[in-house]
Design a protein around this ligand. Structure first.
Ligand code: THU
Length: 165
């Protein structure tokens, strides 16, 4: 038997330490979070995607009375970015959220399905995507690459290894 360990590294920023571009991206995420359609959870999430061509595409969560039919802000932003700018690599995704009970003071991180989708975008463009997370205020967390947040993920290379076209 062998014991193995994974080491995860991430950064914590204060607002004053952020680059202008990161600040703008978080602001765009914050603005679009207000448009979320979240009558069931009352948890409004906003995501803003910065592409390598400097375009910013935003998305917010959209819920449905048939709960699983809704979709997270991150996937809406990413799928929309690909629809508008196919094959343009994603540089950074900023994520934030608004609750209806108290001010969110901790970073909001993407759910497992969104992490899976972000890693697919990383593999399309063969580069990591920075994930920038903040609640309504407080610490800003930055992780360089969604695969860091999704160890042992299922990925296309496994399909390729064990199946043929
Ligand atoms: N949600 C997101 O939009 N992104 C996440 O990463 C976590 C959860 C949404 C889905 C649902 O509309 C609400 O937040 C509560 O789960």
């Amino acid at each position: 038997m062998q014991n193995k360990q994974l080491v995860l590294s991430y950064q914590i920023f204060e607002l004053s330490e952020l680059s202008q571009s990161d600040c703008e991206l978080l602001t765009r995420a914050r603005e679009v979070a207000k448009n979320a359609y979240a009558p069931y959870s009352h948890f409004k999430v906003g995501a803003a995607v910065l592409l390598e061509n400097s375009e910013i595409v935003v998305g917010c969560n959209q819920e449905n009375a048939a709960y699983p039919s809704g979709l997270c802000a991150e996937r809406i932003a990413l799928f929309s970015a690909y629809a508008q700018f196919p094959m343009i690599p994603v540089d950074t995704i900023a994520i934030t959220a608004i609750g209806n009970k108290s001010v969110i003071e901790e970073p909001i991180s993407p759910c497992g399905s969104c992490r899976q989708v972000i890693t697919e975008f990383e593999s399309i463009s063969k580069r990591p995507i920075r994930i920038l997370m903040q609640g309504e205020k407080g610490a800003i967390m930055c992780i360089d690459g969604a695969s860091t947040m999704l160890p042992f993920m299922f990925a296309e290379d496994v399909l390729k290894r064990y199946t043929k076209e």
